[in-house]
Design a protein. Structure first.
Length: 362
């Protein structure tokens, strides 16, 4: 069966169903409008593997607490020095840091996320390669019908989050009634509402509150609305006072590690995976600091640093920390010549990154 062409409407769903019914074996390769390649591998019509151009298994393993930051950093260091450059997941599996069951669960989550992103797309290129096999060999078999159902639920959740996105920048403070009830121990709240109330400080926006207590944003918003209806909290006249840090790295694993290292620093964290989106983020978010990788898919960090430095006004003075796997003295010299404020190598120690960020933001 030949399958080459352009995605229109929700025809990607029809393609997935077609592969399922035809019991095909091979790779469905899709390039969406954002330029990120996605590949779903099939055997007899079932999904047996997923590969993303944005390396997405690392963050999933971290989020599901299947691997520690230290073990993932050790795997990154091994990959950096290995001539073969094996996938991080294979390094973690071979070293016994994760089990095959862990990896299968992460792959299932990745497959749901990938299918969810695909069914919401309205444009892109698609082709099917007969007989192609995934690089990571694992015995999994996921039914497309189940993936589509799970992806649809996830898409509904994301749509709901977008619909309430305007509330995320609001800052709330405890009302006099809330402070009185708290002091006199007369509050009767569900556990999630209680966690949110304790995190309300009159300085963090809703997004920052959710980040601090590690709660999904929709759940935090539900608690915020409930507390407001009870009269325990009220909007604060203060605006979001957090400083903004832009993380530019094409590895989702590194993005996640940086976010985890900085999650308690009360910062607004913004990410970009290539030079084009980084420049757009600089304009839209006016960051106070940029963490910049050297190796990007559409440019390099040195050139991007020079482009930012060449801009007029305050943009030219933004502190830029190069965060890269390239660790030779020559690389560091190139970074500083391009205008970098500081230079750090990957893998990094979380506390070292925090201290460097704090110094840059003073």
């Amino acid at each position: 069966m030949g399958l080459t062409g352009t995605i229109r409407g929700l025809s990607i769903t029809e393609m997935l169903q077609l592969l399922r019914m035809a019991k095909k074996t091979g790779a469905l390769r899709i390039k969406l409008n954002d330029g990120v390649p996605q590949t779903l591998f099939f055997r007899a019509g079932q999904v047996i593997g997923v590969e993303s151009g944005r390396e997405s298994l690392g963050p999933i393993l971290l989020e599901q607490k299947m691997v520690s930051e230290a073990d993932l950093n050790a795997a990154i260091q091994y990959q950096k020095t290995s001539a073969q450059k094996p996938p991080l997941e294979q390094i973690l599996l071979d070293s016994g840091k994760i089990t095959q069951e862990d990896l299968i669960q992460a792959l299932m989550t990745q497959a749901e996320q990938t299918v969810g992103a695909l069914i919401q797309e309205r444009g892109g290129q698609v082709s099917f390669e007969e007989g192609a096999e995934p690089e990571l060999k694992l015995e999994i078999a996921l039914d497309i019908q189940s993936l589509l159902m799970a992806a649809s639920v996830k898409a509904d959740e994301e749509t709901r989050q977008k619909d309430i996105g305007a509330d995320l920048s609001l800052v709330y403070q405890r009302s006099s009634a809330g402070a009185h009830a708290f002091k006199n121990k007369t509050m009767q709240l569900w556990l999630d509402h209680w966690k949110v109330f304790l995190a309300i400080d009159g300085a963090r926006p809703v997004e920052g509150i959710a980040q601090k207590i590690k709660m999904p944003i929709p759940d935090a918003l539900t608690s915020i609305h409930a507390l407001a209806q009870l009269g325990y909290i009220e909007p604060s006249p203060r605006k979001d006072q957090r400083k903004t840090v832009l993380i530019v790295d094409d590895s989702l694993t590194i993005q996640k590690l940086v976010e985890m290292a900085l999650e308690q620093e009360n910062l607004n964290l913004v990410t970009a995976s290539d030079g084009e989106n980084a420049l757009r983020a600089v304009q839209e978010h006016d960051p106070d600091l940029i963490l910049l990788d050297v190796m990007l898919p559409d440019t390099n960090g040195y050139r991007l640093c020079q482009q930012i430095r060449a801009r007029s006004g305050q943009l030219a003075k933004i502190p830029i920390i190069m965060l890269t796997a390239r660790d030779s003295p020559q690389d560091e010299s190139l970074g500083k010549h391009a205008g970098a404020t500081a230079y750090m190598t990957k893998p990094f120690m979380p506390e070292a990154l925090r201290q460097t960020v704090r110094r840059a933001l003073v």
